[in-house]
Design a protein around this ligand. Structure first.
Ligand code: NAP
Length: 306
């Protein structure tokens, strides 16, 4: 029987590390193994490893401010990586390819929520991640085109916002990671309040990174090749999420928060439908936000990374 050789690009990132916890036998790559924005790096990777399955998680990912300041980098790095990885997968007869989109690439505004998989091109992405949004949409276009023209069974998953202990807690971090960090530091300094960007009104679906890893593994194990949204049903405001995080952490000093409304909010809402996922993976149990935050906070404190 042919050996299933699974390569995970972006193996050193948050989702890659979460996947490694449950799929330790795959080959996990970082940018120091191969620069996947270069054709030489991509062709060398396929030549060296000869994967039969590619789980493509590598991407240039960042917060709102970095996306606004470096639109060229976000577009070019992601388009190069995705285009080359898919094209070389096809040319090397790779059997399975799983690409990763993001719900923040959906249209900025639509008439009806939650958004279904068919609505991805129904309007431009939000201005705060316009370049990243279009780059990731190209990944979907290329995979669909490859399946149509070459009969491959490649797929993409579209996850909502993620959090977890493997997230970045330094500069340019995502909302939940930077919130946890802010609370830890303020609490250490004996402060009673933290200040957050924006109005607190935007709505978000948040998923524990280990839940996405379990979905990816199930796609491999059960030979699921459909493309679908991966998101929790809960669509909470930033204010509600902050309250849950404070409740999970139970800081000694920090009691509340206020919002700096001079700072940008980002997209108001981008909730996606989970109906397709429910038919493909019925009964999948997501980790409740409060439990995932407790787990994340516990790991962050015990590893002293803040
Ligand atoms: P992450 O933590 O930022 O990790 C990014 C990964 O990509 C790292 O392993 C990084 O390697 C690798 N990478 C970046 N540039 C590269 C290059 N030029 N060559 C080779 N590797 C490169 O990302 P993540 O949060 O795990 O996200 C994984 C996937 O899920 C991404 O496709 C992302 O768009 C998608 N997604 C993420 C979220 C979220 O909230 N985080 C939400 C929805 C979808 P180094 O460690 O060596 O830099």
């Amino acid at each position: 029987m042919k050996e299933n050789r699974i390569v995970v690009t972006g193996g050193s990132g948050m989702v890659g590390k979460s996947l490694k916890d449950i799929m330790p036998n795959a080959i996990y790559l970082s940018s120091s193994d191969y620069n996947l924005t270069s054709e030489k790096g991509v062709s060398q990777m396929y030549y060296d490893i000869k994967p039969t399955t590619v789980i493509h998680l590598a991407a240039k990912v960042g917060g709102i401010i970095d996306n606004i300041n470096k639109p060229y980098n976000y577009f070019t790095d992601n388009v190069l990586m995705d285009t080359l990885l898919i094209d070389y997968a096809r040319k090397n007869q790779v059997e399975r390819f799983i690409g990763m989109l993001s719900t923040c690439i959906y249209p900025d505004k639509v008439e009806e929520y939650p958004m279904t998989e068919q609505m991805i091109h129904n309007g431009p992405p939000t201005p705060t991640n316009f370049s990243y949004g279009y780059a990731k949409r190209c990944l979907a276009v290329q995979i669909d085109a490859c399946n149509k023209e070459y009969g491959t069974k490649y797929q993409y998953l579209t996850p909502c916002n993620l959090y977890g202990e493997y997230d970045k807690f330094g500069e340019n971090s995502h909302f939940v990671a930077s919130l946890i960090k802010k609370i830890i530091i303020a609490d250490r300094n004996g402060e009673e309040n933290i200040e957050l960007f924006g109005t607190g009104n935007p709505l978000r679906q948040y998923m524990y990174s280990h839940d996405l890893a379990r979905v990816i593994k199930q796609c491999i194990d059960d030979d699921i090749t459909d493309s679908f949204n991966v998101a929790t049903k809960e669509n909470l405001s930033i204010k509600e999420i902050t309250e849950i995080v404070l409740d999970a952490i139970q800081p000694n000093n920090v009691k509340g928060f206020n919002f700096d409304t001079s700072k940008p909010d980002g997209q108001y809402r981008k909730d996606v439908s989970t109906s397709k996922m429910e038919t493909i993976i019925p009964g999948f149990k997501f980790t409740p936000l409060i439990d995932g935050i407790k787990e994340t906070y516990g790991m962050v404190v015990s590893s002293n990374i803040i």
